[in-house]
Design a protein around this ligand. Structure first.
Ligand SMILES: C[S@@+](CC[C@H](N)C(=O)[O-])C[C@H]1O[C@@H](n2cnc3c(N)ncnc32)[C@H](O)[C@@H]1O
Length: 216
């Protein structure tokens, strides 16, 4: 049996605003538990309101490591007003832009996981350019354009330690199944073709790869 979060953690995940279905969440949790054994930080690109962060943080707590979760908190293209994934409650009325940071902080507080998570607020390429620490797991769930998905891969995959895991969300091999574009699928193929990563598991649109070679 793969490791599973406690019922109260699963309940907090299900109550949180966000996009990840439970089946993919359980696969993410199992990957995070495994990667936690490396004793290195786990990093998520794409915090949104903290739904997936809850599962990473619970696994990190068990392993005694820290989760880093990165987002500019202004939302992806498909989450902006007028698009299918827009939630008007995420708009800060004072500045007139999305701001998911307050909701994220409430989510983590309610789940009792604040002390296991460091929030990085900024743009993924800007943060990855100055990053220097090896990571046990990188979870890519940020922007879904080719520019952003490739930027996340190029910026963060190099930091996945030997034996560490690269997890990619929203991988849709069939164009008719895609709803926010196939850029994550192309990045998944790129990672496999690099020879640096080997597939470990596929759960719906979530792919878990392990670093088994060098480079990206
Ligand atoms: C699909 S949501 C993440 C969903 C979240 N993991 C969950 O489980 O609910 C994508 C997030 O990536 C963020 N994002 C998109 N492009 C980004 C970039 N270049 N740098 C930082 N964050 C980015 C958006 O603000 C958005 O909150």
């Amino acid at each position: 049996m793969p490791p599973a979060p406690k019922p109260e953690i699963l309940a907090a995940f299900e109550a949180a605003k966000g996009f990840m279905p439970a089946g993919e969440g359980l696969a993410l949790y199992a990957a995070a538990v495994e990667a936690g054994h490396l004793g290195l930080p786990l990093l998520e690109v794409g915090t949104y309101c903290g739904r997936s962060t809850i599962l990473l943080a619970d696994a990190a707590r068990e392993a005694g490591v820290t989760v880093l979760t990165l987002d500019h908190h202004r939302g992806s293209e498909e989450q902006q007003p007028g698009w299918d994934y827009h939630d008007p409650q995420t708009v800060d009325p004072e500045v007139g832009l999305m701001d998911t940071l307050p909701t994220f902080r409430r989510t983590l507080h309610r789940a009792g996981l604040e002390e296991h998570v460091v929030a990085l607020v900024g743009r993924s390429p800007q943060v990855s350019r100055i990053w220097g620490t090896p990571l046990g797991l990188v979870f890519i769930d940020g922007g879904h354009t080719d520019e952003h998905a490739n930027g996340d891969y190029e910026g963060w995959a190099p930091h996945v330690a030997e034996g560490g895991l690269l997890v990619i969300h929203d991988v849709f091999p069939e164009p008719e199944d895609e709803f926010t574009g196939q850029a994550p699928y192309r990045v998944y193929l790129r990672a496999l073709e690099s020879g640096a990563f080997t597939e470990v598991s596929a759960t719906d649109s979530l792919r878990v790869l392990r670093r088994t070679g060098t480079g990206i």
